[in-house]
Design a protein around this ligand. Sequence first.
Ligand code: ZN
Length: 235
Amino acid sequence: MRAHLQKLLALRDLDGAILAAERKVRILEGEVTAIERRIAAEEEDFQRRLEEHRALRHRATEKAMEADEIDEKIRTYQHKLDHDIIPYKEMEYLKEQVEFLKSRIDEVEEEAIRLMDEVEKDERRLQQERKAHEERLARLQRERSEVEEKISALRKEIQELKGRREAAIGEIPAHLRSHYERLREMYSDPVVPIVNGTCNGCHLNISQTTVDRARQGEVVTCDNCSRFLYLESAL
Ligand SMILES: [Zn+2]
């Protein structure tokens, strides 16, 4: 009888270890999800930053093109004024246009140069930021694979524990086995010690007869919660 009790305790320990390992896997899976969220946020932030830089570069290019267009117009109008024979009204109009465009081109060119400068400065900043971004990303990916390694080690451990459980349960008589499995559906601790005359599962008193039988190493159960009981001193 004592041997049955020992086997039940061994089974309980295996089930406890399996539950603990499965709990750890769930926690670690949560960590992987959190790391993946951080990786996604990191990538989004950097994409946004790249977009900002592209927008600035686009503004600078547009401004330079605007300056080129004005310059081209001035040349065309000036060429017409210098070489073509044109009606007086059109000539006046072209002169006005040239004056107006000349007054405008300096401002536009200045703005184009300022924007180009800004693009270059931003490009340098961006290179540093890219480096920091890639470092952060690499660190997060390293973290993720470390956690994933822990998970696969635990899964292997769980497989191994389940194999041992299979063997352990085979050694237990059928009536004890089915009672144990029923208890396990209800409680995480199907086998508990008697502590100070009470069941350590439901904390109610145990009859003296039961305590005495447990002292002999018999497999006994709690009248109230049905858990298997044992006395530490009887093991
Ligand atoms: Zn009980």
